[in-house]
Each structure stands twice: as C-alpha cells, then as structure tokens.
Design a protein around this ligand. Structure first.
Ligand SMILES: [Zn+2]
Length: 476
C-alpha cells in the first residue's frame, strides 16, 4: 500500500520519503507552497502534520513544529492543494459510446446489459483513474441502483475516492426508459402524474439516494406548465425526505424552475441564452451550486466525429490514467464507422453540432462569468463517463476551460476542491486542508495558483493519510 522508499529515490530524487501508510505516529510534509482550498493566499514553506487519516496541524514551522525523530517528507519546491473533487460523474458510463445506448451509434454493436454487469463488478476501474488524476472525491449524479453501494464500498479506503451517489434519475422523457432497462431494473423513474412524481422521490429516498436527480430536458410546449409545477412538487418532496435536489436543466427557463424548486445543484451550465438578473437573484437566494460542465458537449461531438470519419480519437491523458479497456474500446471508432448506414448524414450531423457548439460555448462562458460575478457558488464537474469525457484526467481540461472563460486560476482551485466538497455535502470531512479534516491532498510540480495547467504536473496523491506516487495508478 505504501510507497517503497527505494522506488521513490529512483524516480523522484527530490523527495526523501520514508512514509509508513497511516502511521499512528505523525508524518510531516515540509517545505511546500500550500493552497488550502479556502481561497486565502498560499502558505509558503508550510508544514503539514498528518496523523492517521487526518491533518493534525497545518501552518508554518512555528505553528506546527516537526517532532524530533518524526518521519518527514521534504516537499520543498512543490505545491500542495486539497485532493480534487469532480462534482459531476457517472460510474455507470464508460467514456465511450458503449455506455450510451441512446446515442444510436453502436446501439446494436454493444451488449449494454453485459457492460452494466461488468461495471458494477469492477468499480475499481474508475477508482484507480480518479486517484491517478488527483481526484479524491466524486459526486455520481445519476446511475443504476448498484452505484448506491459505492459510497460505503469506497469509504475509508486509501486507494478509492469518496463517492456520493444519486442513483436512478427521475425524468419525464420516456423514450429512454426501455433503452436503459437492464439488470431487471431501470436507470429512470417516472413523473407522469403528481402522485407518481412524489412516489419516485420516496422510492429514491428509501433506496438511500444521496440526491434526487431530475433529468429535466426541455418539455414539449403543451406540457411545460404541468411539468414545471411537478418539478416544484418534486423539490418539496425531496425537502420533506431530507435529500438534496440536483437538476439537469440546460435551458434558462427550466433552470429557473429548478432553482425555484430549491435545487441544491444545477448539474450543467445554462446554454440556450444568457442568464438574467432574475436567475442570478434566485440562485443566490437558494444557494444553488452551479456546475458548468464546459467540455462534455465538445467531447460528445469529437466522439461522433471519430465515428463519422472512422478514425480513433486522440486521448488527453498526461499521466496514463486511462485504463487499457477504455483505450481499447475507443479504437472501435473505425469498426463503428463501417456499420453506419448513411455516412454522409453522420458527417452532416457533426458539422451542425460544431456550429451549435461554438454558439453554445460562448453563451456558457459568458454565463459562467455572470454567475461568478454574482457570487453564486460554482463547483467543477466534468460529466465524466460521457463519450470522450474520461473518468479522471478530463478534470484538467474542464478546469482549463473555466480559466479560459475568465475565472482566475486560484478561484478555479477553490471550485475544484472546497466547493465540490460542499456540493457533495462533505465539507466537514474534506475539500480544504485544515486540522481535523481528512488528509486528502495532492502534490504538484508547478504552481496551480498561476495556471490550472499545473494540475497536470501531479506527482503524488494522499488519500486519508496514505501517500501514493501517482505512477502506481497508471495504466499498464
Ligand atoms: Zn451527467
């Protein structure tokens, strides 16, 4: 479990490491520049005392004196931040089209039931990719009932990220029900009537869902009024059950209804038009967490494009965190291309998506700036599991996109640590580096206060007091 000192000395001569995993004795990380996740200025030449799973002390040498003879890890010239939090992922999806039978590509090509069986049996595949990328906590906002077991499965384990699962989603969009009906269960619960909507909320609460996730696609015009009212009802029932409401609503109208319904989190940007004063006022009042997910739509288009041209996509994976099975399955782009009945139609689809995307990206970026300036809490989320949005390393591009949209790097850092933990309702345990919290942190070569690009330079991840060299999680 812990790092062999000999291996470290070969690979990282800068770090003198002799760290027993979760020692009952204190271990001191000394000399790093620390961003503690609270948004305060970086602490230079810091000392972090780790005892067992927790941070015992964090500060300068005077505040946290190193005990004579104690184990120390010299991290001078390095940067430390809290472990990253991805506030929007799906363990039931793979990062490729095999996990999305509703995409129409590969619908007859992949065995979706077998896939779900395999995924439920091997969540370690994604745990490993997350730790490898420095992500120590994830919010799974929609998945099969088996995902609800992941929270306990991953808790208190030094090689697994914290998982907060929402379980099945409530939606009015019924065409997807049969497509995702496998393993004698569904991915979706209905909201055809008020009573049914309330029953779906109670069912989820009874299953132990950590959020009530509503997939609120823009309703048909003649149903808008009734469905909007029903979403408010779902919000009331969720409150009565004591479970937070998380809503997918990418259109301003629906997003406003979601916030009025008391949404704890909006899982995506508003992307049809610019957010207005009314939206900003409502979201601020409610304290809704806004998760921009800037890159997932572009990644979808890249996936469809790779099939349309029959060429496997390039993978953005600086530390080799994407597992062998995922690398293999994206190579199917060429074989899927051969199955397309009308190749020109698919090319046309890619082009029209690209056109829409440029417009929508500009709107999403402007909305992110407005939401940020209005003081609404923003949490970083990737929507990992969607095609080409890979579990783990996709968080780098998401953070970089947020910075490009105009959010300062030091603020993106807080959104990717503290705010993510708060969105998951786990801020008491992690998300910032403070005495008494879990020792979940990452070590970087470059300065994340200067640029979000620095997160790619990760060398170590500590989860619950156990320090890992990230290369140990790299794919074979
Ligand atoms: Zn999602």
């Amino acid at each position: 479990m812990h790092i062999k000192p000999a291996a470290i000395l070969v690979l990282l001569p800068l770090l003198v490491v002799a760290v027993p995993a979760r020692s009952a004795e204190s271990v001191f990380l000394t000399g790093a520049t620390v961003y503690d996740g609270t948004g305060t200025a970086a602490l230079e030449n810091a000392v972090i005392e780790v005892k067992g799973e927790q941070i015992a002390c964090i500060g300068g040498e005077a505040t946290c004196p190193v005990t004579a003879g104690a184990e120390t890890v010299d991290v001078s010239d390095r940067f430390i931040t809290p472990g990253l939090v991805d506030a929007h992922v799906h363990f039931s999806q793979t990062g490729w089209l095999d996990g999305r039978p509703d995409s129409r590509i590969g619908h007859d090509f992949y065995d979706y039931e077998a896939l779900q069986q395999a995924l439920s049996a091997t969540p370690d595949r994604w745990y490993r990719a997350y730790l490898c990328s420095g992500v120590t906590a994830v919010y799974d906002v929609g998945g099969f009932p088996w995902t609800l077991e992941l929270e306990d499965h991953a808790a208190d384990h030094p090689e697994r990220p914290h998982v907060r699962p929402a379980g099945p989603l409530i939606t009015h969009f019924e065409p997807v029900f049969p497509i995702f009906q496998v393993l004698d269960t569904g991915l979706f619960l209905p909201m055809r009537t008020d009573e049914e909507a309330r029953a779906s909320v109670r069912e989820l609460a009874g299953m132990g869902a950590r959020a009530i996730k509503v997939w609120y696609l823009d309703p048909p015009q003649d149903e808008t009024e009734a469905l909007d009212k029903r979403l408010l009802l779902i919000g009331r029932e969720a409150r009565a059950q004591g479970v937070p409401l998380v809503v997918h609503a990418t259109q301003l109208r629906g997003a406003k209804v979601a916030v009025r319904a008391g949404a704890h989190m909006l899982a995506h940007s508003v992307r049809d038009r610019h957010v207005d004063e009314e939206f900003l006022r409502l979201a601020r009042q409610v304290g809704t967490y806004y998760v921009p997910t800037l890159i997932v739509f572009q990644n979808w288009t890249r996936a469809i494009a790779s099939v349309a041209i029959g060429k496997p996509p390039s993978l953005d994976d600086p530390n080799d965190c994407i597992d062998a099975e995922t690398r293999r399955v994206v190579q199917d782009a060429a074989r899927l291309h051969a199955t397309l009945p009308d190749k020109l139609r698919y090319l046309a689809r890619v082009i029209s998506r690209r056109v829409n995307e440029a417009r929508q990206s500009a709107i999403m970026e402007e909305n992110l700036r407005r939401v940020y300036e209005a003081g609404i809490p923003i949490a970083t989320g990737t929507d990992a599991g969607n095609p080409l949005t890979f579990h783990g390393p996709s968080i780098y591009r998401e953070m970089e996109a947020m910075e490009r949209a105009g959010i300062p790097a030091a603020e993106v850092l807080v959104m990717s640590t503290r705010h993510g933990a708060a969105a998951m309702e786990r801020l008491d345990d992690f998300g910032t580096l403070e005495a008494g919290k879990l020792a979940d942190l990452i070590v970087l070569r470059e300065d994340p206060g200067e640029s979000t690009h620095a997160f790619r330079s990760i060398t170590h991840v500590m989860r619950g007091g156990t320090l890992h060299e990230i290369t140990r999680f790299a794919a074979e």
